[in-house]
Design a protein around this ligand. Structure first.
Ligand SMILES: Cc1ncc(COP(=O)(O)O)c(C=O)c1O
Length: 475
């Protein structure tokens, strides 16, 4: 369904204390053996998963919330079974309402890079709460986090904070159009940029998972300026620029895809996008809502050595609080009101709680060795999972960069969404269930990336690999 639209203009459509009070890599590694299990239930062993209370709560939720959830992928539709209802999270673990403990590789879909309920972030948040949760007026914390972003992210000379990744992406689209005076944009099949109308075209995980080609309620007028190309295919992009000469405002993409599963771009593809946008007078935007501060301190753009004109951010930059941000070259960001005429606003934008959580999270990530640690444990994790698959006769392929990983039930290689869609999703459903029973919480879709955190210990990785061997043997 997605493939048939390629390249077309779219018109429709615990000792707890020692471990958690510090995040310094050395202390973390020294304390990894001392887990929080004394105060916590044990990880669930095979086929002993009791989810009675989760089932009751989810049943009640169906009458209260559409589909029982506030974001579709949480409903476990693509893996079958019922969602697990969490009661609390701490470090690398999630605890459900039936007292099961899971090693968590979702991490609230990315923000929990320092581990859940990180002591340092929490301490700062508690201090801030007493000073007020929202000012609706400027505060110095906005300068502090803004400067940290400017100092770290190569493309960002000015930044505007908002409240979600969706908001960041829809705002950056407006900036691209305002700056260039052009309407059309290019996105890539399988990339997700939030749920604003113009982006709900071949939009990756959530939409794929539900089997919806697009969403009803999105008028043709909202998407008929959205051009769609195949990820990692520069020729298609060049052809679109040739066909729509002087009409394309910019190109937006995930600089490592996480919303069609984990897909890595060719460096030449990214560099080619940089070159073609520049030559055509269009803007290049990296949507780093997922990859920002996760792939590397300076985001994916630093990792790849390709600097876009604009960048969107979210997730990690809010340290677990609702936040989004977009930034880029000063002359472009000067378009944004009140500096310039492009209107964008937000009641809770830059609120002191989100800024505080972001500042502390980025401070922790700036300490030496953090990304090396994430890369090391995540590499070991994905190698272990792939080996478990192959040892048990399954076709698998996958990879990682820093604390982001993923694998597909197929031989690969996977370079774009059409490749990803060849995966055995039924097997993924069985795998997901088997890992839940082993006490490992994975994203409930083949088309989502996984995330590790600084709180994941070597022992957690070993336990997960051992669980993967057992799970792969029985699916
Ligand atoms: C790359 C990317 N862009 C944008 C978004 C939308 O962010 P939010 O869910 O905060 O609106 C997401 C969400 O997962 C994302 O992964």
């Amino acid at each position: 369904m997605f493939a048939t639209h390629q390249f077309t203009q779219v018109v429709s459509l615990k000792t707890t204390t020692t471990r958690s009070t510090t995040t310094k890599a050395s202390s973390r590694r020294a304390s990894v053996r001392v887990l929080a299990v004394d105060a916590a239930p044990k990880a669930t062993s095979s086929s002993s998963l009791n989810t009675t209370r989760s089932a009751e709560i989810f049943k009640a939720a169906q009458d209260i919330l559409p589909g029982g959830v506030n974001s579709p992928v949480r409903a476990f539709k693509s893996v079958g079974g019922q969602p697990i209802i969490f009661e609390r999270v701490k470090d690398a673990y999630a605890f459900d309402v039936d007292n099961n403990k899971y090693i968590d590789y979702v991490g609230s879909w990315g923000p929990a890079i320092c581990g859940h309920a990180n002591e340092r972030v929490n301490k700062k948040l508690k201090e801030q709460i007493d000073k007020g949760t929202s000012f609706g007026a400027p505060c110095e914390l906005e300068n502090t986090l803004g400067q940290m972003v400017i100092d770290t992210v190569p493309s960002v000379e000015m930044v505007r904070f908002c409240n979600s990744g969706t908001e960041a992406c829809l705002s950056v689209l407006r900036v691209m159009r305002a700056y260039t005076g052009r309407d059309k944009i290019i996105k890539f099949e399988g990339c997700y940029h939030g749920h604003a109308d113009p982006f709900l075209v071949k939009a990756g995980s959530g939409v794929i998972t539900l089997g919806l080609p697009d969403s009803p309620g999105v008028p043709a007028a909202a998407t008929n300026t959205t051009l769609c190309a195949t990820y990692n295919n520069l020729d298609e992009v060049k052809a679109l620029f040739a066909e729509h000469k002087g009409e394309i405002a910019g190109v937006i993409l995930e600089p490592v895809v996480g919303n069609s599963g984990f897909i890595v771009p060719d460096k030449e593809f990214l560099q080619g996008l940089r070159d073609v946008t520049k030559a055509e007078g269009a803007l290049l935007c990296f949507d780093e809502v997922m990859t920002g501060f996760r792939i590397a301190k300076g985001c994916a753009q630093e990792y790849w050595g390709v600097t876009p004109d604009l960048t969107t951010m979210g997730k990690v930059i809010g340290g677990g609080m609702p936040v989004g941000a977009y930034g880029g070259r000063r002359d472009i960001m000067d378009m944004v009101a009140p500096a310039g005429p492009m209107y964008q606003a937000g009641t809770l934008s830059g609120n002191p709680l989100a800024m505080t959580a972001g500042i502390e999270t980025l401070s922790i990530l700036a300490e030496p060795g953090q990304y090396e640690y994430l890369d090391k444990i995540t590499g070991r994790l994905i190698e272990g999972i792939l080996k478990a698959g192959r040892d048990n006769g399954h076709a698998v392929c996958g990879g990682h960069i820093s604390g982001m990983f993923g694998f597909f039930f197929q031989e690969g290689p996977v370079k774009n969404f059409t490749d990803a869609a060849k995966s055995d999703t039924e097997k993924f459903g069985r795998w997901h269930r088997a890992m839940l029973e082993e006490g490992v919480y994975l994203a409930p879709s083949q088309y989502e990336a996984g995330f590790t955190s600084l709180a994941h210990t070597e022992a957690d990785i070993d336990a997960t690999i051992a669980a993967a061997q057992r799970a792969m043997a029985r699916i």
